[in-house]
Design a protein around this ligand. Structure first.
Ligand code: AMP
Length: 396
C-alpha cells in the first residue's frame, strides 16, 4: 500500500483529493473544521518536503451547475488559517484559469480549486474531465475517505492517469488500517455493537461481519424486529414486519458460525416518541400496545458491559437508543463508557458508519475510542466487505 510516506515531494506538485465538504452557516462561515484539520498532515508533509499542493474537493450538492452558495471560496481563508499558508483560490477546477494558476505555482504554495461538482462530469466519472484534472499534478494523492466509495472523476478515474505516481494521504491510509484491524487482523475476542433504527439498513453489514466477530451486540430500534421474530410483544416499538424471517435467518446464521448474539433483555419504554413521555422499564418481549422501547434497560447494560470490557477489538456502529432525546440517551452513553474502559485496557475500538459519529461527538467519546471514522457511507460499505473504488484505484 503506497502512502505519501513513500514519496519525496521536493519540486513536485501534488494533486490532492481532499474532503472539504464542511458545514457552512448562513454567513458562509465554516461551523465544523474537522475535515480541514484532518487533511492538514498530508498537505504539510508535501510542503515540508519542498513541494506544492493543488487541493480539489466537492462541497454540498450543486448537481452539476455553478452555485455561489457552494463555492469553495468560502472556505479558502479557513484552510489558510489551519494549514498556516496563504492558500491561492482559483474559481474553476479545469480550464484556462486553472492552467495559468498551476503554471505559476511555486514550491511551498497551495492552490485550492473550485467545487468539482459544479461540473456534472465529476459525479459521472467522466474520463476527459478526469484527464483535465490529472494535468494539475505530478503525483495524485487521495486523502478523501468520505468519497472513496464513489467512482467519481476526482476520486477514482483520475488515478488512471498516474499509473506510477499515485498514493494514499495520511487520513485515507489511517482509515484503511483501522478497517483492516477490525475486519482482518483484529485480536480476539472481536465484538461488533450494532444499533440504529433499522435492520434493513444494516443487513449487509451483519452478514459480512458474522465471519469476523465472536460477539454481536444488538441495540437500538433494530432490536424489536429480532424480538418480534421470536414471538415477543414489542407494542408500538419500531419494527420491520417484512424483515422477521430475515431476522430469524441472521440468528440462525450467527449460531452456525459460532457468533454469540446479545440482544437486550429489558428496555426503557415510553408511551410516546417524545422527550416528556411517561416511561417504564419493561422486559424486551413484553411491551404492551401504546408503549415503545426507546432505549436499552439496566439489566441489558450489565450484560453488554461484561462482553464489551472483555473484548480486544470493538466495532461500534449505531446508537443503542434515541440518543437525540436526553431521557433515552443513557444506554448509548453507557456503551460509550464500556468501550472507553475496554480501550483503556488495550482494546482497539473503531466507531463509524452512518450517523454513529454524531452520537460519539455529542457525548465527547471521540478521544476515548481508538479511531473515529470520518466517512459515513464509505465506512458502511467497507464494513459490508465491499472494495471501495477510490481505494482500488490507488492499489491497482
Ligand atoms: P442509524 O442511522 O441506522 O444508525 O440510526 C440512527 C437512529 O436510530 C438515531 O437517530 C436514533 O434516534 C434511532 N434509534 C435508535 N434506537 C431507536 C429506537 N429504539 N426506536 C426508534 N429509533 C431509534
Amino acid at each position: 500500500m503506497k502512502t505519501i510516506e513513500d514519496y519525496n515531494f521536493e519540486h513536485k506538485r501534488a494533486l490532492i483529493r481532499v474532503d472539504f465538504n464542511v458545514p457552512l452557516d448562513k454567513d458562509f462561515q465554516v461551523t465544523d473544521t474537522s475535515r480541514i484539520e484532518a487533511a492538514k498532515p498530508t498537505i504539510l508533509k508535501i510542503l515540508e518536503d519542498g513541494g506544492s499542493a493543488v487541493l480539489m474537493s466537492h462541497l454540498g450538492r450543486p448537481k452539476g451547475t455553478r452555485n455561489a452558495a457552494m463555492s469553495l471560496s468560502h472556505i479558502s481563508e479557513k484552510v489558510s488559517e489551519i494549514v498556516g499558508v496563504q492558500v491561492k483560490f482559483v474559481d474553476d477546477c479545469v480550464g484556462e484559469k486553472v492552467e495559468a494558476a498551476y503554471g505559476d505555482l511555486q514550491d511551498g504554495e497551495v492552490l485550492l480549486l473550485e467545487n468539482l461538482r459544479f461540473y456534472p462530469e465529476e459525479e459521472k466519472g467522466d474520463r476527459d474531465f478526469a484527464e483535465q484534472l490529472a494535468s494539475f499534478g505530478d503525483v495524485y494523492v487521495n486523502d478523501a475517505f468520505g468519497t472513496a466509495h464513489r467512482a467519481h472523476a476526482s476520486t477514482t478515474i483520475v488515478a488512471d492517469f498516474f499509473p506510477n505516481s499515485k498514493c494514499f494521504g495520511y487520513l485515507l491510509a489511517k482509515e484503511i488500517k483501522a478497517i483492516e484491524k477490525v475486519m482482518q487482523t483484529g485480536e480476539k475476542p472481536v465484538t461488533a455493537i450494532l444499533g440504529g433504527a433499522k435492520v434493513s439498513s444494516k443487513i449487509t453489514i451483519i452478514e459480512s461481519i458474522l465471519d469476523k466477530v465472536n460477539h454481536l451486540i444488538v441495540g437500538g430500534g433494530m432490536t424489536y424486529t429480532f424480538v418480534k421474530a421470536q414471538e415477543g410483544q414489542v407494542g408500538d416499538s419500531i419494527c420491520e414486519d417484512d424483515k422477521l424471517e430475515l431476522a430469524l435467518n441472521i440468528l440462525k446464521l450467527a449460531k452456525d458460525k459460532g457468533v454469540a448474539v446479545h440482544l437486550p433483555v429489558d428496555v426503557l419504554a415510553a408511551d410516546a416518541f417524545d422527550e416528556s413521555a411517561n416511561t417504564q422499564i419493561l422486559p424486551v418481549d413484553q411491551i404492551p400496545d401504546g408503549w415503545q422501547g426507546l432505549d436499552v434497560g439496566p439489566q441489558t447494560l450489565e450484560k453488554f458491559k461484561e462482553v464489551i470490557i472483555n473484548s480486544k477489538t470493538i466495532l461500534w456502529n449505531g446508537p443503542a437508543g434515541v440518543f437525540e432525546m436526553k431521557p433515552f440517551a443513557k444506554g448509548t452513553i453507557a456503551i460509550g463508557n464500556f468501550v472507553d474502559e475496554a480501550t483503556q485496557k488495550g482494546a482497539f475500538s473503531l466507531v463509524g458508519g452512518g450517523d454513529s459519529v454524531a452520537a460519539v461527538k455529542q457525548f465527547g467519546f471521540q478521544d476515548k475510542v481508538s479511531y473515529v471514522s470520518t466517512g459515513g457511507g464509505a465506512m458502511l460499505e467497507s464494513l459490508e466487505g465491499k472494495t471501495l473504488p477510490g481505494i482500488a484505484a490507488i492499489l491497482g
